[in-house]
Design a protein around this ligand. Structure first.
Ligand code: AHR
Length: 502
């Protein structure tokens, strides 16, 4: 099957914000406790953080991390997590019906994030609490000294302020499951007032207001319109969340969800433009896709377990085992983010360790990379620079969630400083190879410097695990090369490729 495509050095989508490859970690399950933090583990450092997990995190070159929740944040008292550990209260976390020891709080997490080389993106509680606790938190985190909350931080041994710029105004406030769930107008007003207060303390803050929890919510996309009409001028981003799965075992439909996500982004971009025009506003609001990932393998089972368990501490929760099919999907979804990077500035894989995560770690045992680690890592390492438009002309299919889906999914990124072009290519066809011809206008002299591939044909269900941590790894690709200014060759069915040219 032939598939042609074309890109041009000067036909730009725009400059990609590095934060497109950010992550999210929440106080839930074993993400923090026995995920990144496990005092007593043979790999624990002097602060109790696992060195083996940290090494896997560092290799992802994550620019920013959203913390501490998620649903958790909507009933979280940030003050519980500061000061002497032995005086911190154990609380009942209403979101996940678990015990929170508060052994990790903002200062421990700040130390970890610094060690990992990641910028923090903090969420405030606009569910059970509101503006007052949010402003105190920002003062504690960002004010240098000479005020109640900043001096309290200093008394906790943290002399320098963190200088956190990115702040999320609550989490999924449209969701009836959210503690302190609100109507759109009510939330929009609160977000607006909180935004003004936070900016008063941190003038260069970048503020994220909550959009819908996903595009199937009954209030979507009206929620976005109403909320933005209340706070447009005082915020910088609106959040999108979406989780994916292949419950119906229909691979083509699963992969069609990449297109469905593109429509979701486009719809919200339209709402942003509408509100901007209506308000005659000068500022731009961008999209922060701050929760995305595959979440379906254990979802139903876990939601039943949560309802019936008796407030456990750091329980196993949402520990999805990802297979090759999920890795191919994640590669394609990241391609969509690159293609939409003119509107999507920040995106966070949800989450990072153990809970719906690319990294898993056993309590007292080893840590390993899940299949989805690899496409996320490739995008983070090589997807920085200028996103190029790619026009595709090839065979298509229809599925439940989208029509005219190209079997060939491709994104291209030009790093002008390094003079490299990276093509991220997914062949979604179930059993036919694609005979590729991708014209590289403006990159005539380019030659192939690397080709990595993850092949899924006949092995879509394969996973990694503690006993086989490297069953699924990318391997050196073959069969693609540059000829007469075009990338040509064959891409096997159900395969994902990272092709780097210089
Ligand atoms: O990431 C898991 C949960 O998914 C988050 O707590 C919530 O924001 C979303 O519904």
């Amino acid at each position: 099957m032939k598939a042609r495509a074309s890109l041009h050095r000067d036909f730009l989508i725009g400059e990609i914000d590095d934060r497109l490859y950010s992550a999210f970690i929440e106080h839930m399950g074993r993400a923090i406790y026995s995920g990144i933090y496990e005092p007593g583990h043979p790999e624990a450092d002097e602060n109790g953080f696992r060195r083996d997990v940290l090494a896997l995190v560092r290799d992802l070159k994550i620019p920013a991390i959203r913390y501490p929740g998620g649903n958790f944040v909507s009933a979280y008292n940030w003050e519980d997590g500061v000061g002497p550990k032995d005086q911190r209260p154990v609380r009942l976390d209403l979101a996940w019906r678990s015990k929170e020891t508060n052994h990790v709080g903002i200062n421990e997490f700040g130390t970890w994030a610094k060690d990992a080389g990641i910028e923090m993106m903090l969420a405030v509680n606009l569910g059970s609490r509101g503006l007052e606790s949010a402003r105190n938190f920002v003062e504690y985190v960002n004010h240098p000294s000479g005020s109640y909350w900043s001096d309290l931080r200093r008394s906790h041994g943290v002399e320098q302020p963190y200088g956190v710029k990115m702040w999320c105004l609550g989490n999924e406030m449209d969701g009836p499951w959210q503690i302190g769930h609100k109507e759109a107008k009510e939330y929009g007003r609160l977000a607006d007032e909180t935004a003004k207060a936070l900016r008063g303390l941190t003038p260069d803050a970048e503020l994220v207001v909550c959009g819908s929890s996903n595009d199937t919510m009954p209030t979507y996309p009206e929620w976005e319109r109403v909320v933005l009409e209340e706070c447009y001028e005082n915020v910088d981003y609106i959040s999108l969340h979406k989780y994916f799965g292949n419950k119906s075992k229909d691979t083509l439909n699963y992969f069609g969800k990449i297109e469905e996500t593109g429509r979701y982004i486009q719809a919200i971009a339209g709402v942003i433009d509408y509100v901007k025009a209506k308000k005659r506003a000068k500022n731009d609001v961008y999209i922060c896709f701050d929760e995305w990932n595959v979440w379906y393998h254990r979802r139903e089972e876990d939601s039943k377990r949560v309802k019936s368990w008796d407030w456990p501490e750091a329980p196993q929760l949402l520990e999805e085992d990802y297979n090759i099919e999920d890795a191919l999907f994640v590669g394609g979804l990241l391609n969509e983010f690159i293609r939409r990077s003119d509107r999507v500035r920040i995106a966070c894989i949800a989450q990072l360790v153990n809970v719906i995560a690319p990294i898993r770690a056993e309590r007292g045992g080893p840590a390993w990379k899940q299949t989805i680690y690899y496409p996320y890592q490739f995008a983070s390492l090589y997807g920085r620079g200028r996103a190029l438009r790619v026009s595709v002309d090839g065979p298509t299919y229809d599925c439940r969630v989208a029509d005219d889906v190209n079997y060939l999914d491709v994104a291209a990124v030009h790093d002008a400083a390094a003079e490299t072009v990276t093509l991220f290519i997914l062949n979604r066809h179930l059993d036919e190879a694609l005979d590729l011809d991708i014209a590289l206008t403006g990159f005539k002299e380019a030659r192939l410097i690397d080709h990595q591939v993850i092949e899924g044909h006949g092995r879509l269900q394969e996973t990694n695990g503690p006993d086989a941590p490297e069953r699924v790894v990318p391997r050196q690709g073959a069969g693609l090369g540059v000829e007469e200014g075009a990338l040509r060759g064959s891409a096997a069915p159900l395969s994902y490729h990272v092709v780097r040219l210089q």
